[in-house]
Design a protein around this ligand. Structure first.
Ligand SMILES: Cc1cc2nc3c(=O)[nH]c(=O)nc-3n(C[C@H](O)[C@H](O)[C@H](O)COP(=O)(O)OP(=O)(O)OC[C@H]3O[C@@H](n4cnc5c(N)ncnc54)[C@H](O)[C@@H]3O)c2cc1C
Length: 404
Protein backbone atom coordinates (compact mmCIF):
# COMPACT_ATOMS: atom_id res chain seq x y z
CA UNK A 1 0.00 0.00 0.00
CA UNK A 2 1.46 3.39 -1.03
CA UNK A 3 0.45 6.85 0.09
CA UNK A 4 -1.41 8.79 -2.54
CA UNK A 5 0.03 12.27 -3.16
CA UNK A 6 -1.73 15.23 -4.80
CA UNK A 7 -5.25 14.09 -4.03
CA UNK A 8 -7.07 17.40 -4.52
CA UNK A 9 -7.69 17.77 -8.21
CA UNK A 10 -9.63 20.55 -9.91
CA UNK A 11 -11.17 19.62 -13.26
CA UNK A 12 -12.51 22.39 -15.50
CA UNK A 13 -15.46 21.23 -17.65
CA UNK A 14 -18.40 18.87 -17.04
CA UNK A 15 -19.16 17.34 -20.43
CA UNK A 16 -17.60 13.97 -21.31
CA UNK A 17 -13.90 14.15 -20.41
CA UNK A 18 -14.36 15.94 -17.05
CA UNK A 19 -16.90 13.62 -15.38
CA UNK A 20 -15.17 10.53 -16.84
CA UNK A 21 -11.88 11.67 -15.32
CA UNK A 22 -13.55 12.44 -11.99
CA UNK A 23 -15.11 8.96 -11.99
CA UNK A 24 -11.74 7.23 -12.29
CA UNK A 25 -9.93 9.59 -9.93
CA UNK A 26 -12.54 8.89 -7.24
CA UNK A 27 -12.18 5.17 -7.77
CA UNK A 28 -8.43 5.49 -7.12
CA UNK A 29 -8.89 7.60 -3.98
CA UNK A 30 -8.38 11.15 -5.30
CA UNK A 31 -10.77 13.99 -4.39
CA UNK A 32 -11.82 15.72 -7.61
CA UNK A 33 -13.79 18.96 -7.86
CA UNK A 34 -15.39 19.91 -11.19
CA UNK A 35 -16.04 23.51 -12.17
CA UNK A 36 -18.43 24.00 -15.12
CA UNK A 37 -19.22 27.40 -16.53
CA UNK A 38 -22.79 26.48 -17.57
CA UNK A 39 -25.38 26.86 -14.79
CA UNK A 40 -26.37 23.18 -15.14
CA UNK A 41 -25.32 20.13 -17.10
CA UNK A 42 -25.41 21.02 -20.80
CA UNK A 43 -27.77 18.97 -22.92
CA UNK A 44 -27.76 18.81 -26.69
CA UNK A 45 -25.34 17.93 -29.41
CA UNK A 46 -25.13 15.28 -31.99
CA UNK A 47 -25.47 11.55 -31.66
CA UNK A 48 -22.01 10.15 -31.05
CA UNK A 49 -20.53 6.70 -31.41
CA UNK A 50 -18.84 5.09 -28.45
CA UNK A 51 -16.45 2.68 -30.08
CA UNK A 52 -13.53 0.38 -29.46
CA UNK A 53 -11.49 1.07 -26.35
CA UNK A 54 -13.98 3.70 -25.18
CA UNK A 55 -16.64 0.97 -25.02
CA UNK A 56 -14.28 -1.05 -22.83
CA UNK A 57 -13.78 2.00 -20.60
CA UNK A 58 -17.55 2.42 -20.24
CA UNK A 59 -17.85 -1.31 -19.48
CA UNK A 60 -15.22 -1.05 -16.75
CA UNK A 61 -17.14 1.87 -15.29
CA UNK A 62 -20.17 -0.44 -15.03
CA UNK A 63 -22.19 1.90 -17.27
CA UNK A 64 -22.44 -0.11 -20.49
CA UNK A 65 -25.98 -1.28 -19.83
CA UNK A 66 -27.15 2.29 -19.23
CA UNK A 67 -25.41 3.52 -22.36
CA UNK A 68 -26.90 0.71 -24.44
CA UNK A 69 -30.37 1.49 -23.07
CA UNK A 70 -30.01 5.04 -24.40
CA UNK A 71 -28.75 4.11 -27.85
CA UNK A 72 -30.35 6.04 -30.67
CA UNK A 73 -31.31 3.00 -32.73
CA UNK A 74 -30.84 4.97 -35.94
CA UNK A 75 -31.46 2.61 -38.86
CA UNK A 76 -29.82 4.61 -41.61
CA UNK A 77 -29.52 7.75 -43.73
CA UNK A 78 -30.95 8.90 -47.07
CA UNK A 79 -29.56 11.69 -49.25
CA UNK A 80 -32.34 13.63 -50.93
CA UNK A 81 -32.78 16.14 -53.78
CA UNK A 82 -34.46 19.53 -53.35
CA UNK A 83 -37.89 18.00 -54.08
CA UNK A 84 -37.35 15.25 -51.51
CA UNK A 85 -36.57 12.47 -54.02
CA UNK A 86 -34.22 9.96 -52.41
CA UNK A 87 -30.91 9.84 -54.33
CA UNK A 88 -29.05 7.32 -52.16
CA UNK A 89 -29.60 5.50 -48.90
CA UNK A 90 -27.35 3.69 -46.51
CA UNK A 91 -28.53 1.35 -43.83
CA UNK A 92 -26.71 1.05 -40.54
CA UNK A 93 -26.64 -2.70 -41.11
CA UNK A 94 -24.17 -2.20 -43.99
CA UNK A 95 -21.56 -1.24 -41.45
CA UNK A 96 -22.80 -3.70 -38.85
CA UNK A 97 -23.97 -0.66 -37.01
CA UNK A 98 -20.62 1.08 -36.98
CA UNK A 99 -20.58 4.77 -37.76
CA UNK A 100 -24.06 4.86 -39.26
CA UNK A 101 -26.17 4.56 -36.16
CA UNK A 102 -25.11 1.34 -34.49
CA UNK A 103 -25.74 -0.10 -31.10
CA UNK A 104 -23.25 2.20 -29.38
CA UNK A 105 -24.60 5.45 -30.83
CA UNK A 106 -25.91 7.75 -28.09
CA UNK A 107 -26.83 11.43 -27.91
CA UNK A 108 -23.94 13.49 -26.52
CA UNK A 109 -26.16 15.00 -23.85
CA UNK A 110 -27.36 11.55 -22.75
CA UNK A 111 -23.80 10.30 -22.36
CA UNK A 112 -22.86 13.44 -20.40
CA UNK A 113 -25.83 12.81 -18.09
CA UNK A 114 -24.92 9.15 -17.49
CA UNK A 115 -21.40 10.23 -16.49
CA UNK A 116 -22.72 13.04 -14.31
CA UNK A 117 -25.20 10.76 -12.51
CA UNK A 118 -22.42 8.26 -11.88
CA UNK A 119 -20.26 10.89 -10.16
CA UNK A 120 -22.56 13.51 -8.63
CA UNK A 121 -22.79 11.82 -5.21
CA UNK A 122 -19.09 11.76 -4.45
CA UNK A 123 -17.63 14.49 -6.65
CA UNK A 124 -17.96 18.20 -5.84
CA UNK A 125 -19.55 20.07 -8.77
CA UNK A 126 -19.38 23.86 -9.03
CA UNK A 127 -21.82 24.86 -11.76
CA UNK A 128 -22.06 28.39 -13.13
CA UNK A 129 -18.44 29.18 -12.42
CA UNK A 130 -15.10 29.21 -14.15
CA UNK A 131 -11.43 29.43 -13.37
CA UNK A 132 -10.33 33.09 -13.49
CA UNK A 133 -6.58 32.78 -12.80
CA UNK A 134 -4.13 29.98 -12.06
CA UNK A 135 -0.85 30.45 -10.19
CA UNK A 136 1.42 27.47 -9.68
CA UNK A 137 3.48 27.40 -6.50
CA UNK A 138 5.95 24.84 -5.16
CA UNK A 139 3.19 22.74 -3.60
CA UNK A 140 0.00 23.47 -5.46
CA UNK A 141 -1.96 25.56 -7.89
CA UNK A 142 -3.67 28.62 -6.49
CA UNK A 143 -6.98 29.08 -8.31
CA UNK A 144 -9.20 32.12 -8.33
CA UNK A 145 -12.72 31.60 -9.67
CA UNK A 146 -15.12 34.04 -11.26
CA UNK A 147 -17.57 33.53 -8.36
CA UNK A 148 -16.41 31.01 -5.74
CA UNK A 149 -13.75 31.85 -3.16
CA UNK A 150 -10.13 31.18 -4.18
CA UNK A 151 -8.69 27.74 -3.33
CA UNK A 152 -5.45 25.85 -3.73
CA UNK A 153 -5.48 22.47 -5.49
CA UNK A 154 -2.70 19.93 -5.95
CA UNK A 155 -3.43 19.50 -9.66
CA UNK A 156 -5.61 21.20 -12.27
CA UNK A 157 -6.92 19.40 -15.35
CA UNK A 158 -8.52 21.26 -18.25
CA UNK A 159 -11.45 19.28 -19.70
CA UNK A 160 -13.07 22.46 -20.96
CA UNK A 161 -13.29 21.71 -24.65
CA UNK A 162 -11.89 23.16 -27.81
CA UNK A 163 -12.03 26.75 -26.48
CA UNK A 164 -10.38 25.71 -23.19
CA UNK A 165 -9.74 28.50 -20.73
CA UNK A 166 -7.27 26.27 -18.84
CA UNK A 167 -5.23 25.88 -22.02
CA UNK A 168 -5.32 29.62 -22.70
CA UNK A 169 -4.16 30.45 -19.16
CA UNK A 170 -1.32 27.94 -19.05
CA UNK A 171 -0.20 27.32 -22.63
CA UNK A 172 -1.20 30.43 -24.56
CA UNK A 173 -3.84 31.67 -26.97
CA UNK A 174 -6.11 29.28 -28.90
CA UNK A 175 -4.71 30.56 -32.20
CA UNK A 176 -1.36 28.89 -31.34
CA UNK A 177 -2.96 25.44 -31.29
CA UNK A 178 -6.08 25.45 -33.45
CA UNK A 179 -6.09 24.12 -37.00
CA UNK A 180 -9.15 25.12 -38.98
CA UNK A 181 -10.31 22.32 -41.29
CA UNK A 182 -12.44 24.40 -43.65
CA UNK A 183 -15.95 23.57 -42.37
CA UNK A 184 -18.49 24.73 -39.79
CA UNK A 185 -21.18 22.69 -38.12
CA UNK A 186 -24.36 23.53 -36.25
CA UNK A 187 -26.85 21.24 -34.51
CA UNK A 188 -30.00 21.87 -32.50
CA UNK A 189 -33.01 19.97 -31.25
CA UNK A 190 -36.34 20.39 -33.06
CA UNK A 191 -39.72 18.61 -33.14
CA UNK A 192 -39.74 15.56 -35.43
CA UNK A 193 -41.12 17.72 -38.27
CA UNK A 194 -40.29 15.26 -41.00
CA UNK A 195 -41.88 12.28 -39.19
CA UNK A 196 -38.64 10.36 -39.30
CA UNK A 197 -38.57 6.85 -37.92
CA UNK A 198 -35.04 6.23 -36.56
CA UNK A 199 -33.79 7.68 -39.82
CA UNK A 200 -31.75 10.64 -41.10
CA UNK A 201 -32.46 12.72 -44.24
CA UNK A 202 -29.68 14.88 -45.67
CA UNK A 203 -29.80 17.43 -48.47
CA UNK A 204 -26.58 18.51 -50.16
CA UNK A 205 -25.73 21.45 -52.36
CA UNK A 206 -22.07 22.07 -53.22
CA UNK A 207 -20.14 22.56 -49.98
CA UNK A 208 -23.28 22.44 -47.82
CA UNK A 209 -25.39 19.86 -46.07
CA UNK A 210 -28.63 20.32 -44.17
CA UNK A 211 -30.38 17.41 -42.54
CA UNK A 212 -32.49 16.05 -39.77
CA UNK A 213 -32.63 12.80 -37.86
CA UNK A 214 -35.10 11.55 -35.32
CA UNK A 215 -33.98 11.20 -31.71
CA UNK A 216 -35.27 9.84 -28.41
CA UNK A 217 -37.52 7.19 -29.97
CA UNK A 218 -38.78 9.63 -32.63
CA UNK A 219 -40.25 11.98 -30.01
CA UNK A 220 -37.93 14.74 -31.22
CA UNK A 221 -35.32 15.34 -33.89
CA UNK A 222 -32.04 17.12 -34.53
CA UNK A 223 -31.49 19.64 -37.28
CA UNK A 224 -27.93 19.47 -38.52
CA UNK A 225 -26.03 21.80 -40.84
CA UNK A 226 -22.45 21.77 -42.06
CA UNK A 227 -20.76 23.87 -44.69
CA UNK A 228 -17.38 24.62 -46.21
CA UNK A 229 -16.05 28.00 -45.18
CA UNK A 230 -12.87 29.88 -44.59
CA UNK A 231 -12.22 30.70 -40.97
CA UNK A 232 -14.79 33.25 -39.80
CA UNK A 233 -14.25 36.00 -37.26
CA UNK A 234 -16.93 35.79 -34.55
CA UNK A 235 -17.12 35.50 -30.80
CA UNK A 236 -17.53 31.81 -29.88
CA UNK A 237 -19.59 32.93 -26.84
CA UNK A 238 -22.07 34.91 -28.97
CA UNK A 239 -24.92 32.56 -29.89
CA UNK A 240 -26.91 35.24 -31.71
CA UNK A 241 -24.00 36.00 -34.04
CA UNK A 242 -23.66 32.27 -34.72
CA UNK A 243 -27.39 31.89 -35.47
CA UNK A 244 -27.06 34.77 -37.95
CA UNK A 245 -24.11 33.13 -39.69
CA UNK A 246 -26.11 29.91 -39.98
CA UNK A 247 -29.29 31.52 -41.36
CA UNK A 248 -27.34 33.71 -43.80
CA UNK A 249 -25.41 30.68 -45.05
CA UNK A 250 -28.54 28.61 -45.66
CA UNK A 251 -30.86 31.38 -46.89
CA UNK A 252 -32.38 30.51 -50.29
CA UNK A 253 -31.81 26.77 -49.80
CA UNK A 254 -34.45 24.34 -50.99
CA UNK A 255 -35.85 21.10 -49.57
CA UNK A 256 -37.01 21.45 -45.95
CA UNK A 257 -34.28 23.90 -45.00
CA UNK A 258 -36.60 26.89 -44.30
CA UNK A 259 -38.73 24.73 -41.97
CA UNK A 260 -35.67 23.47 -40.10
CA UNK A 261 -34.28 26.98 -39.72
CA UNK A 262 -37.65 28.30 -38.57
CA UNK A 263 -37.19 26.17 -35.42
CA UNK A 264 -33.92 27.84 -34.53
CA UNK A 265 -35.38 30.38 -32.13
CA UNK A 266 -37.37 27.72 -30.23
CA UNK A 267 -34.52 25.25 -29.93
CA UNK A 268 -33.71 24.25 -26.34
CA UNK A 269 -30.04 23.84 -27.27
CA UNK A 270 -27.74 25.12 -29.98
CA UNK A 271 -24.30 23.90 -30.96
CA UNK A 272 -22.14 25.79 -33.42
CA UNK A 273 -18.44 25.42 -33.99
CA UNK A 274 -15.73 25.26 -36.57
CA UNK A 275 -14.44 21.90 -37.63
CA UNK A 276 -11.05 22.36 -36.11
CA UNK A 277 -8.32 20.34 -34.50
CA UNK A 278 -6.26 21.18 -31.46
CA UNK A 279 -2.64 20.26 -32.05
CA UNK A 280 -0.20 20.44 -29.15
CA UNK A 281 3.28 19.01 -28.64
CA UNK A 282 2.53 18.46 -24.98
CA UNK A 283 -0.65 18.56 -22.90
CA UNK A 284 0.99 19.11 -19.55
CA UNK A 285 2.89 21.88 -17.86
CA UNK A 286 3.87 21.61 -14.20
CA UNK A 287 0.81 20.61 -12.19
CA UNK A 288 -1.64 21.27 -15.04
CA UNK A 289 -2.70 18.88 -17.79
CA UNK A 290 -5.41 18.70 -20.45
CA UNK A 291 -7.82 15.93 -21.43
CA UNK A 292 -10.32 15.53 -24.30
CA UNK A 293 -11.04 18.29 -26.81
CA UNK A 294 -9.08 20.83 -24.73
CA UNK A 295 -5.82 19.06 -25.57
CA UNK A 296 -6.50 17.10 -28.73
CA UNK A 297 -9.82 17.81 -30.42
CA UNK A 298 -10.02 15.74 -33.59
CA UNK A 299 -12.91 17.94 -34.84
CA UNK A 300 -16.68 17.78 -34.64
CA UNK A 301 -17.97 15.25 -37.20
CA UNK A 302 -14.84 13.15 -36.76
CA UNK A 303 -16.93 10.74 -34.71
CA UNK A 304 -14.02 10.30 -32.31
CA UNK A 305 -14.35 13.19 -29.84
CA UNK A 306 -16.14 11.24 -27.13
CA UNK A 307 -13.87 8.21 -27.59
CA UNK A 308 -10.78 10.37 -27.17
CA UNK A 309 -12.29 12.01 -24.09
CA UNK A 310 -13.24 8.69 -22.45
CA UNK A 311 -9.96 6.93 -23.19
CA UNK A 312 -7.86 10.00 -22.30
CA UNK A 313 -9.66 10.35 -18.95
CA UNK A 314 -9.17 6.66 -18.20
CA UNK A 315 -5.45 6.72 -18.99
CA UNK A 316 -4.77 10.01 -17.19
CA UNK A 317 -6.47 8.84 -13.98
CA UNK A 318 -4.85 5.40 -14.24
CA UNK A 319 -1.36 6.82 -14.66
CA UNK A 320 -1.88 9.19 -11.72
CA UNK A 321 -2.92 6.25 -9.57
CA UNK A 322 -0.09 4.05 -10.82
CA UNK A 323 2.39 6.82 -9.93
CA UNK A 324 0.70 7.27 -6.51
CA UNK A 325 -0.12 10.84 -7.47
CA UNK A 326 3.36 11.84 -8.69
CA UNK A 327 2.19 14.06 -11.53
CA UNK A 328 5.61 14.33 -13.18
CA UNK A 329 5.71 10.59 -13.83
CA UNK A 330 1.97 10.32 -14.50
CA UNK A 331 1.59 13.15 -17.01
CA UNK A 332 4.57 11.90 -19.04
CA UNK A 333 3.15 8.35 -19.08
CA UNK A 334 -0.34 9.62 -20.01
CA UNK A 335 1.06 11.53 -22.98
CA UNK A 336 3.06 8.49 -24.11
CA UNK A 337 0.05 6.16 -23.84
CA UNK A 338 -2.50 8.52 -25.40
CA UNK A 339 -0.54 10.09 -28.26
CA UNK A 340 -0.96 7.22 -30.81
CA UNK A 341 -4.77 7.36 -30.53
CA UNK A 342 -4.79 11.14 -30.85
CA UNK A 343 -2.62 11.00 -33.97
CA UNK A 344 -4.75 8.25 -35.53
CA UNK A 345 -8.05 10.03 -34.81
CA UNK A 346 -6.78 13.36 -36.09
CA UNK A 347 -5.56 11.72 -39.32
CA UNK A 348 -8.89 9.91 -39.71
CA UNK A 349 -10.83 13.18 -39.34
CA UNK A 350 -9.08 14.81 -42.31
CA UNK A 351 -11.40 13.48 -45.01
CA UNK A 352 -14.73 13.61 -43.18
CA UNK A 353 -15.78 17.07 -44.40
CA UNK A 354 -15.48 16.18 -48.11
CA UNK A 355 -17.58 13.04 -47.63
CA UNK A 356 -20.22 14.88 -45.66
CA UNK A 357 -20.45 18.09 -47.71
CA UNK A 358 -18.87 17.44 -51.14
CA UNK A 359 -17.65 20.59 -52.88
CA UNK A 360 -19.36 20.31 -56.29
CA UNK A 361 -22.43 18.77 -57.95
CA UNK A 362 -20.18 16.12 -59.51
CA UNK A 363 -18.68 15.21 -56.15
CA UNK A 364 -22.16 14.97 -54.62
CA UNK A 365 -23.09 12.51 -57.40
CA UNK A 366 -19.89 10.54 -56.81
CA UNK A 367 -20.57 10.40 -53.07
CA UNK A 368 -24.16 9.24 -53.70
CA UNK A 369 -22.93 6.58 -56.13
CA UNK A 370 -20.48 5.38 -53.50
CA UNK A 371 -23.28 5.20 -50.96
CA UNK A 372 -25.43 3.14 -53.37
CA UNK A 373 -22.58 0.77 -54.18
CA UNK A 374 -21.31 0.28 -50.65
CA UNK A 375 -23.59 -2.64 -49.72
CA UNK A 376 -22.23 -4.60 -52.69
CA UNK A 377 -18.54 -3.92 -52.18
CA UNK A 378 -16.65 -6.93 -50.84
CA UNK A 379 -14.42 -4.56 -48.84
CA UNK A 380 -17.34 -2.70 -47.24
CA UNK A 381 -16.35 -4.24 -43.89
CA UNK A 382 -12.97 -2.53 -44.16
CA UNK A 383 -14.60 0.84 -44.82
CA UNK A 384 -17.23 0.36 -42.14
CA UNK A 385 -14.68 -0.97 -39.67
CA UNK A 386 -12.25 1.93 -40.13
CA UNK A 387 -13.61 4.03 -37.23
CA UNK A 388 -13.53 0.93 -35.01
CA UNK A 389 -9.91 0.33 -35.93
CA UNK A 390 -8.94 3.91 -35.11
CA UNK A 391 -10.88 3.72 -31.86
CA UNK A 392 -8.80 0.70 -30.85
CA UNK A 393 -5.43 2.35 -31.46
CA UNK A 394 -4.61 2.13 -27.77
CA UNK A 395 -5.79 -0.52 -25.35
CA UNK A 396 -7.48 0.05 -22.01
CA UNK A 397 -4.35 -0.63 -19.98
CA UNK A 398 -4.93 -2.42 -16.68
CA UNK A 399 -4.22 -0.32 -13.62
CA UNK A 400 -4.18 -2.59 -10.63
CA UNK A 401 -2.98 -0.22 -7.97
CA UNK A 402 -3.07 -0.33 -4.22
CA UNK A 403 -3.04 3.14 -2.72
CA UNK A 404 -4.31 4.70 0.47
C1 LIG B 1 -23.43 21.38 -25.57
C2 LIG B 1 -22.42 20.64 -26.41
C3 LIG B 1 -22.82 20.14 -27.66
C4 LIG B 1 -21.91 19.47 -28.44
N1 LIG B 1 -22.34 19.00 -29.64
C5 LIG B 1 -21.48 18.38 -30.45
C6 LIG B 1 -21.89 17.91 -31.71
O1 LIG B 1 -23.04 18.07 -32.07
N2 LIG B 1 -21.00 17.31 -32.50
C7 LIG B 1 -19.72 17.10 -32.08
O2 LIG B 1 -18.95 16.52 -32.81
N3 LIG B 1 -19.28 17.52 -30.90
C8 LIG B 1 -20.13 18.16 -30.07
N4 LIG B 1 -19.69 18.62 -28.87
C9 LIG B 1 -18.30 18.37 -28.50
C10 LIG B 1 -18.13 16.95 -27.95
O3 LIG B 1 -18.85 16.82 -26.75
C11 LIG B 1 -16.66 16.72 -27.74
O4 LIG B 1 -16.01 16.70 -28.99
C12 LIG B 1 -16.27 15.41 -27.11
O5 LIG B 1 -17.30 14.72 -26.55
C13 LIG B 1 -15.15 15.63 -26.09
O6 LIG B 1 -15.70 16.17 -24.94
P1 LIG B 1 -14.93 17.10 -23.93
O7 LIG B 1 -15.55 16.77 -22.59
O8 LIG B 1 -13.47 16.99 -24.08
O9 LIG B 1 -15.30 18.59 -24.39
P2 LIG B 1 -16.69 19.32 -24.56
O10 LIG B 1 -17.77 18.36 -24.81
O11 LIG B 1 -16.51 20.42 -25.51
O12 LIG B 1 -16.98 19.92 -23.10
C14 LIG B 1 -16.31 21.00 -22.52
C15 LIG B 1 -17.08 21.42 -21.28
O13 LIG B 1 -16.34 22.46 -20.64
C16 LIG B 1 -17.21 23.51 -20.33
N5 LIG B 1 -16.43 24.75 -20.29
C17 LIG B 1 -15.98 25.47 -21.33
N6 LIG B 1 -15.28 26.53 -20.89
C18 LIG B 1 -15.29 26.47 -19.54
C19 LIG B 1 -14.74 27.27 -18.52
N7 LIG B 1 -14.07 28.40 -18.81
N8 LIG B 1 -14.93 26.91 -17.22
C20 LIG B 1 -15.64 25.79 -16.91
N9 LIG B 1 -16.20 24.98 -17.85
C21 LIG B 1 -16.01 25.32 -19.15
C22 LIG B 1 -18.27 23.47 -21.42
O14 LIG B 1 -19.46 24.13 -21.03
C23 LIG B 1 -18.46 21.97 -21.58
O15 LIG B 1 -19.40 21.47 -20.67
C24 LIG B 1 -20.56 19.30 -28.03
C25 LIG B 1 -20.15 19.80 -26.78
C26 LIG B 1 -21.06 20.47 -25.98
C27 LIG B 1 -20.61 21.01 -24.64
Amino acid sequence: MRNLANQNVLISGASIAGPALAFWLRRYGFRPTIVEKAPALRDGGQAIDVLGTATEVIRRMGLLEQVHALQTGKRGTSYVAADGTVKASISSAVFNGVGAGGDTEIARGDLARVLYEATRDDVEYLFGDSIAELTETADGVHVTFEHSPARTFDLVIGADGVHSRTRALVFGPESDFVRHMGYYISIFTIPNLLNLDHWELDYNTPGKIAGSYSARENTEAKAIFAWASEQLAYDFRDGDAQRRILTDTFAEQGWEVPRLLAELDNAPDFYFDAMAQIKMDTWSRGRVSLVGDAGYCASPLSGQGADLALVGAYLLAGELAAAAGDYRIAFAAYEREMRPMVDACQRFAEGVGQWYAPGSKTMIKVRNLNVRLLPYLPWRGLIGGAPQKVARTVAAKDYTVAVS
